[in-house]
Design a protein around this ligand. Sequence first.
Ligand code: ARG
Length: 461
Amino acid sequence: KNEKLWGGRFNKISHPLFEKFNNSLSQDYFLAKYDILGSIAWSNSLLECHILTKKENLKIVNGLKEILEEININNHIILNSSAEDIHSWVEIKLIEKIGKLGKKLHTGRSRNDQVTTSLKLWCRKNIDDLINLLQEIQYTLVLQAKISIEYIMPGYTHLQRAQPITFSYWCLAYIEMFKRDESRLKDALLRLNISPLGSGALSGTFCNIDRDKLALNMGFLSSTENSLDAVSDRDYVLELLSSASISMMHLSRFSEDLIFFNSGEANFIELSDFFTSGSSLMPQKKNPDALELIRGKTGRVYGSLISMLVVLKGLPLSYNKDMQEDKEILFSAINIWKMSLKIAILIIQTLKVNFKNCFISAKKGYANSTELTDYLVSKGVNFRKAHYIVGKIVLEAIKKDCTLEELNISIFKKYHSSFDNDLYDKLDIFTCINSKKSKGGVNINRILNHILKIKKQLYQN
Ligand code: ARG
């Protein structure tokens, strides 16, 4: 049976191809729960402004609650229906359940304020889930940071060994990024959490309801000021997609780092069999597919942000059906973000750090050249000159295929008379690490303090 909420004005039924094109149920059935919660709140408001009697409201609310229970058990009943969208489905279902009284629920309401209310409620729940996941990944990284506090590894710029760091320090860098992602969501929530219900189609509702009270009943902070804007506004979708894009960029860089660390060339970590797969041809292979998929799917999330910006770009006020595209775009991006976070958490929990290889690699690549320069500076040589001299010494070490600390003191002296035996202390990798003592540096005590600070912040949440 194909029922429409708007059949009266039409002589013919829709073309089957348009019927399919117009139908959004396969996407917006995710909103079922939120549509029903909004409808219950709306019904209660209709009671308060005497459009519904107590008895009528009770019957409608109970009917809606029954539908909620039914879909909690099996939401396939929605997908099997031919309703146009989730709002039509809930209304048709309610009428089926309680009879023609169900037809009163939509008084003073439009699908335009209804859909954005439901979507905001969906976003709120998902922001909550995402904040939890972002806190969980920070917590997982802080545990890894604690274990790997003395695992020295090379730090890179231009993917060239630059200065020694620790695996712990690398973990803490990503915690900072995920902390910012978390705060971006909390910030977006403040702007999102304002109720559009009662905006009607575009110019408000004739029902004499207290919209702020209705908003509070649904957990919103307040209600929107202008209905023309309220039914047209999808800024919150854009903010969520942009938060998703930025966070996926972090997850993608995280993946890229780990893919490299896991490569035969670096061999700094070993990924668990859980998150790698083999080659159909080459028996020796163990590929970091999970991380590659996070990196790959990041592209799709960026695409979602751009898609949504383009969908909204030329739209005249107020509601236009173009906006129905928001759900497919948003749901898929949020789904990818959540999955990527869950997988990244498990990957951190199960990876093994080959600290010996990290250490060997950190010793190579002349990562202590800066320290040698600082040494000369401390002996009164100006920085530019010191830089040049050390460059020449590195060149000589490269020719001899050895590290700086393996060069004899006579070679150093050949380049500058200020060099003395105490330079070998300076070149020691632990000295290099611990010399970065000021805030934000890789010094081990600094890291320990940072770990404590992060743990405190996480427990406060
Ligand atoms: N399914 C629509 C959407 O997702 C609901 C609003 C439809 N409103 C309308 N007047 N056609 O945007």
